[in-house]
Ligand binder design. Structure first.
Ligand code: NIG
Ligand code: FE
Length: 424
C-alpha cells in the first residue's frame, strides 16, 4: 500500500534520531512545494514532485493537503488516559478558592479518581479510553505515553495496563505503557506509606513486569506524596525489569526531582515548575529530556516551568498534555503548543520540535517517530493553514485537517475515517 501526499504549502519538521537541545530546537527543515510518499508504514521519499515522479510509480492513494503545511504527527510523552468518573466539581471548588492540594487532602484529587476507577469494569474503561484516543487523533496526536496510576492496588493497576494494551491493539494511536503504581498513597495505606512502598516494589512491580504490561515506570515525587529517598527505592528495580524511567518532578515544590531523574538516567523529568538552578544545570548536562506540561499550569492557575531559561541553558525540552481528569483534562497538543508559545515564550520552531522529535526522545523512540524523514514511521499531520505558525495563531480551535498514521489516512478533513472501528 502506497500513499502520496501532494499539494502541501511546505513540510516543516525537525530532523534526526535524537533529541535536539538548546538552540538546536529552533532548527527546522522547511521544504516548500514538496511531496511525501509512504510505502507500508514508512516514509520512503520527501522532496520535489518531479523527483518523485521520476523515481516512483503512481501511488495506490493520493492525499491532497490543499495548501496546508505538513508536520510530524504529535507525540504526547505524558498522559494518564485511562480513568473513570469526572472531577468538574473540583474545578468549581478551585474557582471558589480551594487549592488542588487542599482538595486532595479532603478525599478528592487522585484518590477520587482511584475510587471511580477501581469500581469500573475493563469494558467501561476500554470504551472511555478509546473515545479519548479518537480525540487525541483528531488533534493530530499519533503516539502517547500512557500511564496507569488510578488503581493503586495490584488488581486495578493490571486492569488499567491491560486496557492500555487492548487500546493499543485496536486504535491507530500507539500507546507506550508506563506503570505509575506510585502515583499516590492509597487511602488504605494513609497511615503507613512505607507498607504501600513495600507492596509496590515487592508485589505490584514484579507482577506487572512478569506479565510484560509496562515499558517504563514513573513516580509522583512530591512533598506529601513520595519524597526523594522513597522515590529512589521505588525506582531501584527499573533496570532489572528493563523499564525506562520517567519522573513527576518538582511540580508543586522544589524537592530535587530533576537532579534525581538525572542521577538515575531517567528518559524524562516531567513538570519542573519549581526546578532549581542546579536541576536545570543537571538536565542540561544529561540525556534526560525535560518534559513540560503547561496545560497543567493553566488549569491549576499556577506558574509555568521556566522553559525559556531551560532551553537557553541547553536542555532538551519536550511538551505534553498531561491528559488526566484532575489537573489537565485535555487531549489537545495544539492547545499545549499555543500555551507554550504565548505563556512560556517559546517560538513555533521550538514548540514543534518539543512536541515531535524531543517528545519521541522522551519515550526512547526518536529512531522511529517525531520527524518527516525517509525511514521514519509515516505519522503525519496536515494543518489547515499554510505554516506551523497556524498552531499558536489560530488558537482555541482544532487546526488539524488530515492525519496519517503508519501510512494510513486516519483523519480526513477533520473527521475520523473509520470511526466505528476505532472508538465503537
Ligand atoms: O501529572 N501530578 C500528579 N499526577 C497528575 C495529576 C493527576 C490527577 O489530579 O488526577 C499530574 O498532574
Ligand atoms: Fe502526570
Amino acid at each position: 500500500m502506497s500513499l502520496l501526499i501532494t499539494g502541501a504549502s511546505r513540510i516543516e519538521t525537525p530532523t534526526g534520531h535524537s533529541a535536539r537541545r538548546g538552540r538546536e530546537m529552533e532548527h527546522l527543515r522547511a521544504i516548500p512545494d514538496a511531496v511525501v510518499r509512504c510505502e507500508g508504514s514508512r516514509i520512503v521519499f520527501v522532496g520535489p514532485k518531479e523527483d518523485h515522479d521520476r523515481l516512483f510509480d503512481q501511488p495506490d492513494e493520493l492525499l491532497d493537503a490543499r495548501g496546508g503545511a505538513v508536520i510530524p504527527g504529535f507525540v504526547d510523552p505524558h498522559t494518564h488516559p485511562v480513568w473513570a468518573g469526572s472531577r468538574e466539581d473540583e474545578l468549581d471548588r478551585r474557582l471558589h478558592g480551594e487549592t488542588y492540594m487542599e482538595i486532595a487532602r479532603s478525599g478528592g484529587g487522585i484518590n477520587a479518581t482511584v475510587r471511580a476507577t477501581r469500581a469500573a469494569s475493563f469494558d467501561e474503561l476500554l470504551r472511555s479510553t478509546l473515545g479519548r484516543l479518537d480525540t487525541f487523533l483528531l488533534h493530530g496526536t499519533t503516539t502517547i505515553d500512557a500511564k496507569s496510576g488510578y488503581g493503586l492496588d495490584l488488581e486495578t493497576e493490571i486492569r488499567m495496563l491491560e486496557v492500555i494494551r487492548a487500546a493499543d491493539e485496536r486504535h491507530p494511536v500507539d500507546l507506550i505503557p508506563t506503570c505509575l503504581a506510585a502515583h499516590e498513597v492509597p487511602p488504605e495505606y494513609r497511615d503507613d506509606p512505607e507498607a504501600y512502598i513495600a507492596s509496590v516494589t515487592g508485589r505490584i512491580h514484579p507482577e506487572i513486569a512478569r506479565r510484560g504490561l509496562a515499558q517504563a515506570v514513573d513516580v509522583f515525587c512530591e512533598t506529601g506524596v513520595f519524597d526523594v529517598s522513597q522515590t529512589r527505592r521505588l525506582l531501584a528495580d527499573a533496570p532489572r525489569y528493563g523499564w525506562g524511567i520517567h519522573l513527576h518532578a518538582d511540580e508543586l515544590t522544589p524537592l530535587g526531582g530533576a537532579e534525581l531523574a538525572v542521577e538515575l538516567g531517567a528518559m524524562s523529568a516531567d513538570h519542573l515548575v519549581h526546578v532549581t538552578e542546579g536541576g536545570i544545570a543537571a538536565l542540561a548536562g544529561s540525556e534526560t529530556v525535560a518534559t513540560l506540561l503547561p496545560g497543567t499550569s493553566f488549569f491549576l492557575r499556577s506558574s509555568y516551568a521556566p522553559a525559556r531559561r531551560m532551553i537557553d541553558a541547553g536542555c532538551a525540552v519536550a511538551l505534553a498534555t498531561d491528559c488526566n481528569p484532575g489537573s489537565s483534562p485535555t487531549e489537545s497538543m495544539p492547545a499545549i503548543l499555543a500555551l507554550a508559545c504565548l505563556q512560556m515564550g517559546l517560538t513555533i520552531e521550538e514548540v514543534l520540535t518539543a512536541a515531535t522529535l524531543n517528545a519521541a526522545a522522551a519515550l526512547g523512540r526518536a529512531d522511529r517517530y517525531g520527524s518527516v524523514e525517509t525511514g521514519k514511521q509515516a505519522d503525519l499531520v496536515v494543518l489547515n493553514g499554510p505554516s506551523a505558525h497556524h498552531l499558536a495563531y489560530h488558537y482555541g480551535v482544532n487546526p488539524v485537517r488530515h492525519v496519517v498514521k503508519g501510512g494510513r489516512v486516519v483523519v480526513a478533513d477533520g473527521r475520523l475515517r473509520e470511526a466505528p472501528a476505532f472508538g465503537g
